[in-house]
Ligand binder design. Structure first.
Ligand SMILES: C[S@@+](CC[C@H](N)C(=O)[O-])C[C@H]1O[C@@H](n2cnc3c(N)ncnc32)[C@H](O)[C@@H]1O
Length: 328
């Protein structure tokens, strides 16, 4: 069942809570995930307000190369796109977060008139929109709080040229069949003759990846454990987050970084009326971050009806940005 979704007009940013006291989808997903033989939680649930704040802190870490690498690439991308997108256009950003990466595009592509950022983390999105409007007061900004795992109902896209934007390698959180399904949905959302600008992390040395997801300051560990704190708060559970250890590693066979929370002792946790038992060393799988070579990503995009028009690779091929065209 699709999650609750809210549309906010740029003139009216007073948000009422997205979720009622208990979000049934959240409760059902958590109980289902914790009942699986390999316990798991969906990565989208990292992003309550605290989770979004932790993610912003991760982006400032020297080890977390994807953020700054992509940000450094975007001014070059934007200058080239300014020559392609000369007619008035609408940009729809998926998983827009703090709205930092849209700025290089807004600075260089003067034909962008309307901006529709979508994110599941509502209050964080609202605050980011306020800040964006102070830098770009003439832009029409219509934030949408929603879950892009489901088709999202958008406001009218007021310009004929529609461009999707999906930075941050968030596509890597989906396993490949889900990623293809997301890309197909995005084609429907954006319609014929649309484009999608997408940032995707590349395959690289596992040592490099290990550092990125195991930072020295332990911020990624806090981000990971925060999902348990959120379950405690929103679903009345009694997890002791300190009894779960952050564990992240590169699974070369699957081509993904996996993030887990490992129970440090045998314990039973009450979650929304159910007792969930953990053995010592048992894990909850909390996130995948798939990495793609340009060839692999091009195949994935093609399978979902998108053609790679242009590829920009960052220094040492650390990250890739692709311009995809809807094949209709
Ligand atoms: C990895 S962060 C990337 C943030 C930003 N785009 C960047 O590149 O720095 C993922 C973002 O997507 C949002 N997000 C995650 N899952 C989502 C979902 N299912 N629907 C909507 N937004 C989601 C999160 O709240 C977060 O802002």
């Amino acid at each position: 069942m699709p999650s609750a979704q809210m549309l906010l007009q740029s003139t009216d940013f007073n948000i009422t809570p997205l979720t009622p006291a208990v979000d049934r989808n959240f409760a059902d997903d958590v109980l289902h995930g914790l009942a699986l033989p390999q316990k798991q939680l969906h990565a989208k649930y990292f992003y309550d307000q605290q989770g979004s704040d932790y993610f912003d802190q991760i982006c400032q870490l020297p080890e977390y190369y994807p953020y700054q690498t992509e940000l450094n690439l975007l001014p070059r991308v934007a200058k080239e796109l300014a020559g392609i997108f000369t007619k008035d256009c609408t940009i729809v950003e998926f998983g827009a977060g703090s709205l930092v990466k849209i700025k290089p595009l807004l600075r260089d592509i003067s034909s962008i008139r309307q901006f529709i950022p979508i994110d599941i983390s509502g209050i964080h999105l609202e605050m980011a929109c306020q800040l964006l409007l102070s830098d770009f007061p003439d832009l029409s900004v219509i934030p949408v709080i929603g879950d892009f795992c489901f088709p999202v109902d958008l406001p009218a896209l007021s310009h004929q040229q529609k461009i999707g934007f999906f930075p941050g390698s968030t596509i890597g959180n989906f396993c490949p069949p889900q990623a293809a399904s997301f890309l197909r949905n995005a084609r429907c959302t954006l319609g014929p003759d649309s484009y999608l600008l997408i940032g995707v992390d590349t395959k690289k040395s596992p040592h490099y990846l290990h550092q990125a997801y195991n930072d020295a300051d332990g911020i990624t560990a806090k981000f990971n454990r925060n999902i348990l704190t959120r379950i405690n708060r929103e679903l009345g559970a009694n997890f002791s987050p300190e009894k779960f250890e952050h564990y992240a590693f590169y699974n070369a066979g699957q081509g993904r970084v996996e993030m887990h929370l490992i129970s440090t002792e045998q314990q039973v946790v009450d979650v929304y009326g159910s007792s969930v038992a953990f053995a010592t060393g048992e894990s909850i799988h909390t996130e995948n971050s798939y990495k793609y070579t340009p060839d692999e990503f091009s195949q994935l995009a093609l399978s979902a009806g998108w053609q790679v028009e242009r590829t920009w690779l960052a220094e040492q091929d650390l990250f890739a940005t692709y311009l995809l065209r809807n094949r209709g």
